[in-house]
Structure formats: structure tokens, C-alpha cells
Design a binder for this molecule. Structure first.
Ligand code: 2P0
Length: 343
């Protein structure tokens, strides 16, 4: 595998006009919630995440004059033409490269989609890296992050590995992700995605955050306290202070969910199993240190140190409503791969 960004070896990047990329999902420790520019996907606040090694999307893109239209097959299902985001993204990259050929896209993820498990993050990061290479462009990580962001905000963070900050910036060209620490800096950190029975989310994060910005009276509280959360989280990562990172992340997620619950109509992603897991994690903390975070869906992500991973996964799987756990260590950034998903 070769790196996605400027460290590619010289010479042709893809295979003709075809390329494949892999990207890991990421889970935010300090959340992105709210856009100040919905078209360009510019956020109201910066966010910090961990790239997760066990949740991956692999995507092959081929541009060819043999194709009459763009098509995308995601996890064996053909995307309809009204699912515009993917096609808009391909169109943007095609325009940047100054090419005319239509694209075939095939993508596979090894974890449940659209359940608050950051599938759009790994999806748009892999799509960006594959499409950019297939279109014959060679771009540094910063540019890849800016492009990925315009597909799905959180995707800009999945371009990089380890612990990552998406700086909100002041315009499109300075709103991108940078690494705080590489994946080997804090190898013992674990993020356990805990999948609950109720599966898919009812409202997309895109509409959820838009509604929250418009009418939650608590959104101003979210914004006024975010800089402190970001500063404390950067420091916790740099000093590998687990108690601090875990507790700041947990509190930040609760604040985000409070802004959703207090928007009109209220957005409530939590299911009974979600609450069960949160309560259990707090109760176990006396003898097993772990913290939770949640995104736009009912699943819970539980943070712990490697030494407690096995015991924690065991306890989580015994809870009512828990279907499975996916344990992740800090993972790599998006990268090209030589193995295509179609001939
Ligand atoms: C995050 N989430 O920081 C936050 C926390 C969900 C809750 O980023 O509209 O799929 O495509 O920019 O990136 C999910 O939002 O939204 C997300 P768009 P995205 O991980």
C-alpha cells in the first residue's frame, strides 16, 4: 500500500484511470456539530477524532469513456441517481482534473452503514483518495482533506491516521484536518463500537445538525464551551492522560446530545440499550476505567485502555440489547491499494 498524499512514489498513481483506496472510520472525541456553510461544509466548531483501525471502507473508482453515466455500487447495492452526494463528489473531482469520462465506483465497508458509525467518513475519504488518483491528480494530504470535507464533513479527518483535529478555519481553503499524534503515539487507546439491536438511525446527522443550529436554545452553550474542550483534549492526547481524554469526550458527547434533544422537534437517537450501556460504563468505572461517547445514532462507543479491552468487551456483550462489539486501536490514514474491487 502507498500513502494517499504527497508521499506517493513518482510515476502513474492509479492503474490507467482506475485506482483503489482504503480509509478507516473515525470517532470524534470532540464532536463536529453544526455547519456555518452548508454548501461548502464549513463547521461552526473544530473537532478532534481518533481514526479507528477495525472499521474500514475500500473503494475502487474507474473513469472510462466506456461508461455513459456515473454508477456507484455500495455494499452490493446500486446507488440511485437521487443519492446525489456521491455523484456530486465525483463530478467535483472530474472538474478539478479537467476530464470528461464517467465513473464506475464500487465500495465496501466492513461495518454497519448509517448507524452513527461514521460510514460517511471512511466512505468519502476512500472515495476522494481513489477518485483523485484515478483522475490522474497527485495532491498533498491537506488538499485531499479539503476535498473529502466537501463530501462529508467528518471524512476530512479520516484522511489522516492516529489522533486528528479538523480545524474549522475561516474559509474553505483553511478548513482541513491535521494530525495531533500518529497512530503509534498512544497505541493502548481503545475505542469499542458497541452495536445495539435497534440498528439504523431515523434522522440523518446532516438534517439533525441543521435543525439544531436553527432552533436549539442550547446551541450557543455548545459553541461557547467548545474551545475549552478542544484545548483540554489536545493536552490530554499529548500527555496520554486517559482519565482526562475519556471524561472530556464523554461530557462533550452529552452536551452535543442535549442540543439535539432541545431542538424542535426533538432529536433523540438514544434507545433503551444506549442508556443501559451508558449507565453500565459509569457503574463499572470503580473497578474498570472506561468512558462513553455517542454520535448520531443509538450505538455507543466505549473508550478504555488495552489492558481492560477484553474484560470490557465481555461485559458489554452481556448487556441486554447489545448485538456486537468492534474494538478499534488508533488506525492509519487513507491510502491507495493495488487490489481493485472489479476488473
Ligand atoms: C462527528 N458527526 O464529529 C459528528 C458527531 C455525528 C455526530 O460528523 O453533513 O456525516 O456529511 O458533514 O460528517 C456525522 O456527520 O455530516 C458527524 P455531513 P457527517 O463525528
Amino acid at each position: 500500500m502507498v500513502e494517499a498524499g504527497g508521499s506517493n512514489p513518482p510515476g502513474p498513481i492509479g492503474d490507467g484511470m482506475k485506482a483503489t483506496a482504503k480509509a478507516n472510520a473515525n470517532i470524534a472525541l470532540i464532536k463536529y456539530w453544526g455547519k456555518r456553510d452548508e454548501a461548502l461544509i464549513l463547521p461552526y466548531n473544530s473537532s478532534i477524532s481518533m481514526t479507528c483501525d477495525a472499521m474500514e471502507t475500500i473503494t475502487t473508482v474507474e473513469f472510462s469513456e466506456n461508461y455513459d453515466t456515473d454508477t456507484a455500487i455500495i455494499n452490493d447495492e446500486e446507488l440511485s441517481s437521487d443519492q446525489k452526494r456521491v455523484y456530486d463528489h465525483i463530478g467535483m473531482i472530474r472538474k478539478m482534473a479537467g476530464i470528461k469520462e464517467k465513473a464506475k465506483i464500487v465500495s465496501e465497508s466492513n461495518f454497519p452503514l448509517a448507524a452513527g458509525l461514521a460510514s460517511s467518513a471512511s466512505g468519502f475519504a476512500a472515495l476522494t483518495v481513489a477518485a483523485v488518483a484515478a483522475a490522474g491528480l497527485k495532491l498533498p494530504e491537506k488538499e485531499l482533506s479539503i476535498i473529502a470535507r466537501q463530501g462529508s464533513g467528518s471524512a476530512c479527518r479520516s484522511i489522516l491516521g492516529g489522533f486528528v483535529e479538523w480545524k474549522k478555519g475561516s474559509k474553505s481553503s483553511d478548513s482541513y484536518a491535521e494530525q495531533i499524534a500518529g497512530k503509534d503515539y498512544w497505541k493502548d487507546f481503545r475505542m469499542i463500537a458497541t452495536i445495539v439491536k435497534e440498528g439504523r438511525k431515523a434522522i440523518s446527522s446532516r438534517s439533525g445538525m441543521s435543525q439544531t443550529v436553527k432552533n436549539s436554545p442550547y446551541y450557543s452553550g455548545w459553541l461557547s464551551s467548545i474551545e475549552e474542550d478542544l484545548n483540554r483534549m489536545r493536552e490530554a492526547i499529548r500527555s496520554r492522560d486517559f482519565a482526562s481524554a475519556g471524561s472530556i469526550a464523554e461530557y462533550n458527547a452529552l452536551k452535543m446530545h442535549c442540543t439535539m434533544m432541545t431542538s424542535k422537534p426533538p432529536i433523540m437517537y438514544w434507545k433503551p440499550a444506549t442508556v443501559e450501556i451508558m449507565n453500565a460504563v459509569m457503574a463499572w468505572r470503580e473497578d474498570l476505567e472506561s468512558y462513553f461517547t455517542m454520535d448520531a445514532g443509538p450505538n455507543v462507543k466505549v473508550m478504555c485502555m488495552k489492558k481492560d479491552e477484553k474484560e470490557l468487551c465481555q461485559r458489554l456483550s452481556e448487556l441486554e440489547g447489545v448485538v456486537k462489539t468492534i474494538s478499534c486501536a488508533p488506525g492509519s490514514g487513507a491510502a491507495l491499494s493495488q487490489k481493485h474491487l472489479f476488473d
